[in-house]
Design a protein around this ligand. Structure first.
Ligand code: SF4
Length: 340
């Protein structure tokens, strides 16, 4: 059994989440990109649910397909990308929906925040202008009501002196404060779902902890479903109800956060957990890392995609790709091993 990092100790107990209404239903999602070297499959037959008020953590190394799943969901794929399968938001199919119609759902009902807020904020417009515009456009509010509501949101994400600072430009805020502004904008219309893609990666550890705490509080206060996309299992430990682990475009393990942390059942998940820094212990030892690199998606190995990096690999892994199979309620893995 893998030692559990301290942060995981604050994770919520397995909730009766399966009984909550579904906000997002993704079934058989495939995302492919045309490149000069040929077609690349970035997301391979991915299915999952996000339910009201729950937080789902999606974890994997860069190139695992975790961000492309949500770029597909939001209709934000690059021009050479295409997604097939089914994505239902509140029972309405949104995959392939005309951009104008999809725009009405994005922003008002589902929002996304990214690693670097400067890429999403307009440097030439005051924060006030960028916030009020959202409310005028999506909610039909008048300017003064929109500004009042915007100040309330900045207060909620704990921007000090919100009334004064709303007149400032993005560059006048620190990195952590800019991320708070982005969260405030994303939550302005009280969306059913907030997708946060590496929201704390660009921040130092203290500010990272503050942003995660803020998201935890907002989840409780607003009952917004949160999808947290990250390469760092430590980030999702205290915030997520369920975890999906992705590798080379596939979900390789899924389960409640405690199950994933206390009893990983896929060698890749175990490797991610072992490579997390720990606060316990006195000896200074080098942090173990998963050997090798994520595979080139155009030249995947035969059998299991994780085989070249897996310490448990055996003959079958070379010839047969493991299918995802249920190993308990809400728990599944794609590995030939019965147990670790
Ligand atoms: Fe390792 Fe084989 Fe499991 Fe793949 S199927 S993760 S190679 S044991």
């Amino acid at each position: 059994m893998t030692e559990v990092p301290e942060a995981a100790a604050v994770g919520p107990p397995p909730a009766a989440a399966a009984e909550r209404p579904t906000v997002l239903a993704v079934d058989g999602l495939n995302t492919r990109f045309d490149t000069p070297e040929g077609e690349v499959c970035a997301v391979n037959d991915v299915s999952f649910r996000v339910r009201e008020g729950e937080t789902v953590g999606i974890v994997g190394e860069s190139g695992s397909g975790k961000s492309q799943v949500f770029m597909s969901v939001m209709g934000l794929l690059a021009a050479n990308g295409r997604a097939t399968g089914s994505v239902k938001f509140r029972d309405q199919e949104i995959l392939g929906m005309p951009p104008q119609k999809l725009n009405r759902i994005r922003g008002a009902h589902m929002s996304m925040i990214f690693q670097d807020p400067m890429t999403s904020l307009n440097p030439y417009l005051t924060v006030s202008r960028q916030m009020t515009e959202v409310l005028v456009q999506h909610k039909g509010m008048g300017e003064s009501d929109a500004e009042k509501r915007s100040v309330e949101m900045l207060d909620l994400v704990r921007i000090p002196e919100a009334k004064r600072r709303i007149r400032m430009y993005p560059h006048e805020f620190s990195g952590g404060m800019r991320q708070r502004v982005m969260i405030a904008i994303a939550l302005l219309c009280q969306p059913d779902m907030l997708i946060a893609d590496e929201p704390t990666t660009a921040l130092d550890v203290t500010v990272q902890a503050q942003i995660l705490e803020l998201m935890h509080d907002l989840k409780t206060e607003l009952n917004t479903a949160i999808v947290l996309i990250t390469h760092d299992l430590g980030v999702i430990a205290g915030l997520s109800d369920r975890v999906l682990v992705m590798y080379a475009g596939n979900i390789v393990e899924r389960g409640a956060v405690r199950e994933i942390f206390y009893g990983p059942q896929h060698p890749y998940t175990e490797g991610l957990l072992k490579s997390m820094p720990r606060l316990t212990g006195t000896e200074q030892t080098e942090l173990p890392s998963i050997p090798g690199q994520p595979p080139n998606l155009q030249h995947l190995p035969s059998g299991c995609n994780f085989r070249p990096r897996c310490a448990y690999a055996f003959d079958r892994c070379r010839v047969e790709e493991p299918a995802q199979r249920d190993i308990g309620p809400g728990r599944a893995k794609a590995c030939h091993l019965d147990a670790l």
